[in-house]
Every structure is written in C-alpha cells, then in structure tokens.
Design a protein around this ligand. Structure first.
Ligand code: PHE
Length: 436
C-alpha cells in the first residue's frame, strides 16, 4: 500500500478506543487479579501504578512516535528509523508469535465458560467446578475453542483496519465498561464482600518493594499496556498526523488502570465471599467465579454476562497482536491483506496446538507468558527508549510529541528526560536485580 493510501483510524475517540482495546484484555481481567493476589493486593496495585507512570507511558510514547512517524509495520518501522536497529522489529514479531502461542487458548477458555453458562450446564453438572475445569483441560475442547477464537479474530482483522478493527473496538469497548460496572455493583452486595475490599485495598509495604514484586509489576504494566512488542508501533502507524500522542497514551493508561482496579473490585470481594484463596493462580477467574455466581439468584445469567465481558476484552486484544503479524507479512512480503491474515491465522493455530499438546512435556503456556511479559517486552521497551533518546536526532521525540511545536510544550521535556535517563535505567536495574 503506498504511503498516502495507507489506512488510518478516525477521530480522537476511535484512536483511544482501539488502543485501549488492545491494552485492556486478559491482562487486566485475568492476569492482574491473580498476580495481585499473590503479591500483596494493594501493595502490588501501588507498584503497578508507579510502573505504568514511570515506565509504561514513556515507553508507549516512544512506540507511538516511531509508528506514526514511519507509518509502517513493526519491522519496517524500526528499519526505516535505523537499519542497525531493525532487530528490534524482528524481536517484536517474535514476541507477537509467542503471545499468540498461548493467549488464544486462554481466551478460548472464556468461550467454553460462556457457552456452558448460557446453556446452564456449568451450574447443573454434578461435578464440582474444580473438577469441571480439570475435565475441560483434559479434553480437546480448549484447542477447539482456541481455534474458534483465532477464527473470530481472523474475521475482524481481514475486514481491514477501519471496517474491522476500528468498528469492532467502537462497539465492544463501551459494552465492556457497562458490563464491568454492572458486575462491580452486583458483587458489592454479596455477603463477605468487605473482606475482599480490605484485602485488595490494604497495603503490605514489605511485599511492595521486593525486586520480584517490582519485576512482576513492570512486566504486568508492559503486558497490560501492550508495550514492548511492536503493537503500539503498528497501531500508531494508523494514527493521523494531528493526533495528540501524549493525551492518547494517558487516556489508554488510565482506562487500563481503571479496568484493572474494577476487575480487582469484582474478583476479590467475590473470592472472599466464597472463602477461596486469592493466590489461586491462573485458574482464579475460571474456577472461583462460577463458585461465587452459584450462590446468587440467576447464576447462569450473571455468569454469561461475565464471560461475555472476558471474551470481548480478549477479542479487542487478540486483533491487535494478529494485526502486528498481518501488517508484517503484508508489507514485508508484499502479500495481500487477506493472504497475510491467513498466514497469521495458520501460524497461530499451529502455535496454539503446540502449547495445547505440551509437546515433550513442556509447559509452553507458562514459558511463553513469563518470557514475553518478564523478559522480551521489558527488553524491547528498554531498547526502544534507548533508541529514541540516544541514537536518533535529539529532536525526534520532541517533534513527535509536540506535533512540530504546536502542543504539549511543557510536558514534553519531562517525558524526553524520563526516556533518556529514568525509564531505560530503571528497567535495566530491575531486570538485573531479578537475575541475581
Ligand atoms: N494488553 C493485552 C492484555 O492485557 C495483551 C497484549 C499484549 C496485547 C501485547 C497485545 C500485545 O490482555
């Protein structure tokens, strides 16, 4: 596609909804609650908030600047900024592949739970919920639902940037907020809910500043904001030149934080009300929540609504990393958008099958998750910050953030300073501390 014919998202709100759609997903609804549950509740929330501010937002802005300036896929974008740094683009594509290797499968769990809630089977089965989860994991259904999720993603992405991605995000994101708020209000009326609030909102500082907690929080910030793997580079390549990058990144981050906190406010009171350990792990959302819904009138209805929420949030995220790969194949290999989307879909199916099969007894889900969130995304973001602030012309970030001197005149120097001295060093420091 030639430069001037390249697709672009519509107005300000569309840009925010699309980017927030990528950001808000399993990271906020599934990963955040169980990691916060393991690392001290509010203590984790606090460190997470700081990570978003100090590392997440500056790194997102660096990606926005690169994407909008070059208007290319992740590999093309890094390459045209600097040939020497094109490996960062390939790193992004690799991260997108690893995420594809497990994210669709978990998103698929939400489809199974959605279907079983809607048919009421989840609540009428004689098996306890933990057994139902085990039985589900031991069957072929996770792979089948994972593939269904890939196909849903494929349909949206292959309809294109404007008619597919933008339109879907504009419908799904507002729906997601409404459902989440309804759930938070409903949960507040459950017996024992206050214990959950107390756990989630009380701070254990001894937990908060351990290197491991900080690393998990930084990893969560990158994962949740979709930063450090070319996603925001690809999406911002469809931004318009007059878009305000700073306010866009602030809005996206605020919405992500808001949804993470709301997810905590739904899940912890519910967990405590059912007397379950908040550090349950990845199955937290899938095993414990049905337990809780079970005690409510109209259990299948609430449960269906909840899993629709998880599904919608996941779908606006899967389309974003599918797009990283689709744009890469289309532009780098000169494929049509359809052919590129089919290639991405095919690879995603293969990777999901690999993870599902645990070939050679390897826990790919855990490896892909930790490797991307705690290693590849922080390193990708760190090198991107180093690239924009130490290797490009001094004015590169300034021009992009101020739209050539017209806006954000006062915050830009602060962001440029952070990108140069604070964000990359902090990521590096925590990364090394964590290795020792
Ligand atoms: N941010 C998404 C979530 O929280 C996951 C994601 C990571 C999406 C990286 C795109 C790129 O679920």
């Amino acid at each position: 596609m030639s430069e001037n014919k390249r697709a672009s998202f519509g107005g300000k709100l569309s840009v925010i909804l699309v980017a927030a759609g990528s950001a808000i997903g399993l990271g906020a609804l599934w990963r955040f609650p169980y990691i916060a549950g393991k690392h001290g509740g509010a203590a984790f929330l606090l460190v997470f908030l700081l990570s978003v501010l100090v590392v997440g937002i500056p790194a997102m802005l660096a990606e926005f600047a690169i994407g909008r300036k070059t208007r290319k896929n992740a590999v093309g974008a890094y390459r045209s900024i600097s040939k020497m740094w094109s490996w960062l683009g390939y790193g992004s594509v690799l991260s997108a592949l690893f995420i594809s290797g497990y994210y669709y499968l978990i998103a698929g769990w939400s489809l199974e739970y959605l279907v079983n809630s809607a048919t009421t089977e989840l609540y009428t089965s004689a098996l306890p919920f933990t057994e139902q989860f085990k039985e589900f994991q031991a069957s072929w259904r996770p792979l089948i639902y994972g593939v269904v999720f890939i196909l849903l993603t494929h349909i949206i992405v292959s309809r294109g940037v404007e008619k597919g991605i933008e339109k879907a995000s504009k419908i799904m994101m507002p729906l997601l907020f409404i459902i989440l708020i309804v759930m938070a209000v409903r949960v507040a009326f459950m017996p024992g809910a206050t214990d959950g609030y107390r756990f989630f909102l009380s701070c254990d500082f001894s937990e908060a500043f351990k290197p491991e907690t900080i690393m998990m929080a930084i990893g969560q910030a990158f994962f949740s904001l979709s930063v450090g793997m070319g996603c925001m580079v690809t999406y911002s390549s469809y931004f318009k030149k007059n878009n305000n990058l700073v306010t866009t990144s602030l809005n996206v981050s605020l919405l992500t934080l808001l949804v993470s906190v709301l997810a905590g406010l739904v899940i912890f009171p519910a967990v405590f009300s059912a007397g379950i350990q908040p550090s349950e792990g990845p199955s937290l959302v899938f095993v414990t929540l049905p337990e809780i819904f079970n005690g409510m009138p109209f259990a299948p209805l609430w449960s269906t609504i909840f899993f629709v929420l998880v599904m919608l949030a996941s779908l606006t995220s899967t389309i974003s990393f599918h797009e990283v790969l689709t744009a890469y194949f289309a532009e780098e290999f000169k494929l049509s958008r359809q052919a590129a989307a089919i290639t991405t879909t095919g690879i995603s199916v293969l990777l999901s099958a690999l993870t599902f099969s645990s070939l050679f007894g390897i826990d790919y889900l855990n490896i892909f998750d930790k490797l991307t969130a705690n290693v590849m995304m922080p390193l990708g973001a760190m090198f991107t910050c180093v690239l924009v602030s130490w290797f490009l012309e001094r004015n590169f970030m300034k021009e992009e953030l101020t739209n050539n001197g017209t806006i954000n005149k006062y915050v830009t120097p602060v962001i440029v300073f952070m990108l140069r001295y604070i964000t990359p060093l902090l990521i590096f420091y925590i990364f090394i501390m964590n290795l020792l």
